[in-house]
Design a protein around this ligand. Structure first.
Ligand SMILES: Cc1ncc(COP(=O)(O)O)c(C=O)c1O
Length: 383
């Protein structure tokens, strides 16, 4: 059989590779981004009650009305953003499906989409699966500031979409108002669309405010904004997320969505709708994770890593050159896993050209005792 792969260079992701390596060598896994603590018991009870109550058949295509209404109420109450739950919110099988769906709904073969690296690993393959081309611009450590003139210079007559991740995994950088203004000026001038991955919207630290594309009128009119309940409710395995976009964009999004998954896990949607109506869990997230960030960051600094404070997400970047200057980031991550029993992610994996700034990413969405055990293992580095 002759088969021409659409994604010939795509292999197993670095997240799977490092998690497997961690499991094989009994390492503490601070690589992949998932909590090792349970989600709220009330959320589990709500999911179980929904199943017992018989909510086990297909949900409406766009999502359970009660869940979409709860999300619209949350956006209004927390950010004063009015959204029509009927025509502007679609529930998805995690953020990953929302990202793929928006990309498939927008890009025609031959189009270009601009990505800012380091970027989440699903964007480029999703673009290429449409016969479109990712145009990747590198952001540099330590600030990962966006050079908007360079972004505009990358726009061609084929450009249709700019993908941004704010707050950014793995850079942990957060957009300022001037970033939003600069993005808006480019997309208005060149008549482009925006796909804003905002899954870490609630995980921002040190008093920094997350500014959504939804809060910016010019961007609101041309953006798909994507979110994940996995990140917000410590339930990455549930794979439920949503996309907010104006009616025209949501209608096109749903054309793809209904033939990709049709609808999303019904009992989980009931549970999430119920949970969103309870006292506001997400408002405690920043303080909860900031304490974990500080716990990990203090320990990593003490054993010799050079750190920038993590501004957002549940990741901490660490410059390891003070510990091993002779290794690439991939070699260092492997060495740390095998020799010191702690797994991390090499940041070059987030760059299309494999740029290596000698940084590894640690996840601090872990129990305090997990963080402490990892730091105890790394204490030998200080000797
Ligand atoms: C930036 C970013 N976007 C999207 C996702 C995927 O979210 P979900 O698990 O809801 O598909 C992740 C998960 O790590 C992420 O870090």
């Amino acid at each position: 059989m002759r088969f021409v792969s659409k994604l010939p260079d795509v292999g197993t992701t670095i997240f799977t590779v490092m998690s497997q390596l961690a499991a094989e060598h009994g390492a503490i896994n601070l690589s992949q981004g998932f909590p090792d603590f349970p989600c709220a018991p009330a959320l589990l009870d709500a999911a179980s009650s929904a199943m017992q109550a018989g909510h086990n058949q297909y949900a409406p295509m766009a999502g359970l009305p009660a869940l979409r209404q709860a999300l619209a109420a949350k956006l209004l109450a927390s950010q004063q953003i009015p959204v029509d739950p009927e025509t502007e919110i679609t529930i998805t099988a995690g953020a990953t499906q929302a990202l793929f769906t928006a990309i498939a709904a927008v890009l025609h073969a031959g189009d270009e989409a601009i990505l800012l690296d380091p970027s989440y690993d699903s964007y480029a393959p999703a673009i290429r699966a449409q016969g479109a081309t990712p145009v990747r611009l590198n952001l540099s450590a330590p600030t990962f500031a966006i050079d908007w003139a360079a972004v505009e210079a990358a726009v061609t007559p084929r450009t249709r979409l700019i993908i941004v991740n704010n707050p950014n995994n793995p850079a942990t950088s957060v957009f300022s108002n001037s970033d939003l203004d600069a993005l808006a000026a480019i997309v208005e001038h060149h008549d482009l669309l925006v796909l804003a991955d905002e899954v870490y919207e609630h995980l921002v630290y040190d008093g920094i405010t997350h500014r959504s594309v939804l809060s910016h009128p010019a961007l609101r009119a041309r953006s798909f904004a994507v979110y994940s309940f996995g990140k917000t409710f410590h339930a990455t395995g549930w794979k439920v997320g949503y996309c907010v976009a104006p009616p025209l964009l949501s209608a096109e999004f749903r054309k793809v969505h209904q033939f990709l998954v049709f609808s999303v896990n019904t009992p989980m949607q009931h549970a999430l709708a119920h949970h969103l109506a309870q006292p506001v869990h997400w408002q405690q997230l920043s303080a909860f994770y900031q304490a974990k960030r500080d716990r990990l960051a203090n320990g990593l600094t003490a054993v010799g890593f050079r750190l920038q404070p993590s501004q957002s997400t549940y990741f901490q970047l660490a410059d390891f050159t003070t510990i091993r200057d002779d290794l690439s980031d991939v070699e260092f991550a492997r060495w740390l896993t095998l020799e010191h029993g702690v797994a991390s992610i090499p940041v070059s994996a987030f760059y299309g050209d494999g740029r290596d700034d000698r940084l590894v990413r640690f996840c601090f969405a872990k129990r305090d005792d997990t963080i402490d055990s990892a730091l105890a293992r790394l204490a030998k580095l200080a000797n």
